[in-house]
Each structure stands twice: as structure tokens, then as C-alpha cells.
Design a protein around this ligand. Structure first.
Ligand code: HAM
Length: 439
């Protein structure tokens, strides 16, 4: 038997009701903050990710699903391939998106969105990383993310954007009933700070690097900041003693970070400072953050994000400071307290056609009731009444509606409340209202 690939999974009902509940709640919140949806392709040119997320990150160096995509050179041409042919059939390296910020910024540049001022975009969709699967970590997972990006003249660089995004996240989690989250905040500075910091890191790592894992030894040379991503337990005491980016922030970065914190305090969003938080992607500048949730276990980051003021330029676009985040939807759903049963809309009514010829009548009624936004489950005329009752109860319907020859003649139908056991005859014209009234 062929099974779902390791690290991927089927989302089945009733759990899918929770996913729908989450997605509809976040869409409402995004609307209130004036964000609009963007959908980008699930695969992109590999260079997009290596240039933005960074060659030395775990994502790009180990976790991407990358393949060479090309048209096959037809056999007949194989011996006489002209330069045009080879360009036409040349390889293009493609990658399943491991995250969506790079794709959004690519689209932002490609469609000249910068001409419209500030863009506030959100997305919901699958991402792909070849990580070791465990609870809360999948190879195909889902993110709900948002990006605020635009020319500095539109206010994109302002600490007010950072604070608004963070306050929106706190609102969103509260709205979903997730209360015991923790916001961890840091500033990773700007490229100037980073140069000085990297130098200091290299110096501090030089005498100890031989005791560290192979990845860290390589990172010391190529991108010392990434040492902070190391999860090897033996390396942690060494990493604990390394200098921190907070000691290297220049004055504008320090002021920006303080302004973000001041607004958060004024709106009452709690946070803790964590100067080890550097996030696993290279594009970040200044504000970096994660929301964690205790109930999630080892993979406790429910979402992460930050500023990326130079990303657009590094992809060949105009200067366009930005900030955004992505929520791990799989983890968000896991941490929801409500059960799927609580958010699942059960059928309002189960229609039981009774006897030959009644399917057509029942279909007509179902059509009418569904147009009144009622959830209707439909039985079959071949079912005996007992079987219809059993099916209605199994489906969790509130009412069962009997459609037999007598009812059709009278144009009034037996409607039974399955929990209370009360049965009444209701004229067709009053059915929808009667059932709705019970909701
Ligand atoms: P990230 O921290 O790599 O950031 O991912 C964001 C969230 O996606 C994580 O906090 C986690 O909840 C979820 N996640 C990541 N990998 C997995 C996985 N293998 N299985 C399940 N969930 C996972 C980004 O992706 C950035 N693009 C966020 C961002 C947007 N920064 C600025 N704008």
C-alpha cells in the first residue's frame, strides 16, 4: 500500500473544522488591520531563496526540496544542438518554497507594488522543508503570514509598523483563545552593526571553535551569526559566553528598538527581551521576534518574524523596508484548547425521504433550506425510518425532517427535535425560519 510520504500528512475531518475556524478568524483580524491576501507560487527559482534566506542557513544548506527542471532535448536534435537550443533546454534550478517572505518580496518587485505606497499583504499556504519530522515539525507544513513593505516615505521603516504587527499578533492569538503565549523580542541591528558583531564573534570563536561541531566550525568562517542556530547540546556552554548583538547596536538601531518597546508597553502587549534570538534566516535587520507556547513541547515556536529592511534591494528591487511574520498553522491548531467538535457546524437538519419517489421531493426541500444558510444532510428513500433516525443521530443533526407521501400532499412536514424528542408538523413556507430559530 502506498502511504503519505514521511513528514507529510492528511488533514482529516473533524480536525479540518479547526483549520477552517483558524483561517476564518485570522482573515477577520487581517481585514481589521487592512491587510489583503497575496498568493504566490509554491515553487520558485532556487536563487530567490539562496539570496534572501542565505546560503549558510540550515534552510538553504540542508532543508530545501530542489530539482533541476528542464525540457528534454529531443533525440533527433541531440547531435546538432545549436546555442539557441541549449539555452532553450537549459536547466533551471527550482525549489519548493521553504517560506513565503522571499516570494512575496519577489512579487512586490515584479509587479511594481512599491508605487502604491505601503503594501500590507497576508498569505496562508503550504511550505516545504526537509527537516527531521517530529511532533509539530513536518516536511510539508502550513504558514499564515503577513508582510508590511513599502518605500520609507510611506512609513515602512517606522517602529510603529513593528509595534502594530506585534499588537495584531497578540490580538489574533487572544481571539483564538490562546492565552499563555510568550513574546520574545530582540534587535539584530543593521548591516553596520553586523560587521562589527561578526568580527567580535569570529575573535571570540577562534580559540574555542575546535571544540565545536562541524557546522559551527564552518559557520565561524562563513557566517558566524549562524552559530546561534546551533542545537548541539555540547556547544551550548560555549555559545552562552559569546558576545551578543545587543552590545553592538548603533544609535539609530537602539532608538528604533526602544521605540518599538515603548509602543508595546503603551498598548499593553507583554514581551521579554532575548538577546540570543537571531532567527534562522539571513534577511533580518533590527526587530526580530518569536511567540512561544508552553504546551507545544520541543517545537515551541508558534510563530516567528522580524524586519528585513534590505531584502528588496538584495533581490534587485527598490529600497523597501519591511516587517512580517509567519505563524506555523500546524502548531497553532495543536495549541488550540477548543476541540474540533466545538467549532464544527453540525447539520441543522437531516432530511429523511420515506418511500419511492421521495428523493426528488427531499432534494427540492434540501435546496430551499440550504439557500437559507442551513446545513442540511440528505438521506435516501431506500432507508427505513429507523435507519434514517440512526443516520441523523450519527451525523449530529439537530432535527430530522420526514418527507413522505402524506407530508408532500399536505405541504407540511414532520419535524422532530432529536435531543428533546418533540415532533411538530410545519408548513413548507415556515420550515427554514423554524429551524433557524433553534440555532
Ligand atoms: P520561520 O521561523 O522559519 O520564519 O517559520 C515561522 C514559523 O513556521 C515557525 O515559528 C513555526 O511555527 C513554523 N514552522 C517552521 N518550520 C516548520 C516545520 N518544519 N513544521 C511545522 N511548522 C514549522 C519564516 O518562515 C519567515 N518567513 C517569517 C517571516 C515573515 N519573517 C518575516 N516575515
Amino acid at each position: 500500500m502506498i502511504k503519505a510520504v514521511r513528514g507529510t500528512r492528511d488533514l482529516l475531518p473533524p480536525e479540518t473544522a479547526l483549520w477552517n475556524f483558524v483561517e476564518s478568524a485570522v482573515r477577520d483580524v487581517f481585514r481589521a488591520y487592512n491587510f489583503q491576501e497575496i498568493r504566490t507560487p509554491v515553487f520558485e527559482d532556487t536563487a530567490l531563496f539562496s539570496r534572501s534566506v542565505g546560503e549558510e542557513t540550515d534552510i538553504v544548506s540542508k532543508e530545501m526540496y530542489t530539482w533541476d527542471d528542464r525540457g528534454q532535448v529531443p533525440k533527433i536534435l541531440a547531435d546538432a544542438v545549436t546555442p539557441e537550443d541549449s539555452a532553450r533546454y537549459s536547466y533551471q534550478s527550482l525549489t519548493l518554497r521553504p517560506e513565503n517572505t522571499a516570494g512575496v518580496v519577489r512579487a512586490y518587485i515584479e509587479h511594481d507594488l512599491w508605487q502604491k505606497g505601503l503594501s500590507k499583504l497576508y498569505y496562508i499556504g503550504p511550505q516545504f522543508r526537509r527537516e527531521r519530522p517530529q511532533k509539530g515539525r513536518y516536511r510539508q507544513f502550513y504558514q499564515i503570514g503577513a508582510e508590511v513593505i513599502g518605500p520609507a516615505s510611506a512609513g515602512s521603516e517606522s517602529p510603529a509598523r513593528d509595534a502594530e504587527v506585534l499588537e495584531m499578533l497578540a490580538t489574533l492569538l487572544d481571539r483564538l483563545g490562546i492565552t499563555d503565549w510568550n513574546l520574545e523580542l530582540n534587535s539584530v541591528g543593521c548591516p553596520n552593526d553586523r560587521t562589527a558583531f561578526n568580527e567580535a564573534l569570529r575573535k571570540a570563536l577562534e580559540p574555542v571553535k575546535d571544540k565545536m561541531c562541524a557546522d559551527c566550525q564552518r559557520r565561524t568562517v562563513t557566517n558566524p551569526l549562524r552559530v546561534f542556530d546551533c542545537k548541539v547540546p555540547e556547544d551550548q556552554p560555549i555559545i552562552e559566553k559569546l558576545p551578543r548583538i545587543s552590545q553592538f547596536l548603533d544609535e539609530p538601531c537602539r532608538a528604533h528598538f526602544e521605540a518599538v518597546q515603548a509602543i508595546l508597553k503603551s498598548v499593553g502587549v507583554q514581551f521579554v527581551l532575548n538577546d540570543r534570538l537571531v532567527r534562522g534566516l539571513d534577511y533580518y535587520t533590527r526587530t526580530a521576534f518569536e511567540f512561544t507556547h508552553g504546551a507545544l513541547g520541543a517545537q515551541n515556536a508558534i510563530l516567528g518574524g522580524g524586519r528585513y529592511d534590505g531584502l528588496s534591494e538584495s533581490l534587485g528591487g527598490p529600497a523597501a523596508p519591511g516587517i512580517g511574520f509567519a505563524i506555523g498553522e500546524d502548531r497553532l491548531v495543536m495549541s488550540l484548547k477548543e476541540s474540533a467538535e466545538g467549532v464544527l457546524r453540525k447539520p441543522d437538519v437531516y432530511i429523511a425521504p420515506l418511500g419511492p419517489g421521495m428523493n426528488a421531493e427531499a432534494a427540492r426541500l434540501a435546496r430551499e433550506l440550504r439557500r437559507h444558510d442551513l446545513v442540511v444532510e440528505l438521506g435516501d428513500e431506500s432507508f427505513r425510518l429507523k435507519k434514517s433516525f440512526e443516520a441523523a443521530t450519527k451525523a449530529g443533526a439537530k432535527y430530522i425532517l420526514i418527507v413522505g407521501e402524506n407530508e408532500v400532499k399536505a405541504d407540511a412536514f414532520a419535524l422532530k427535535d432529536l435531543a428533546k424528542g418533540e415532533q411538530v408538523s410545519v408548513p413548507r413556507a415556515e420550515l427554514a425560519q423554524r429551524i433557524q430559530g433553534a440555532r
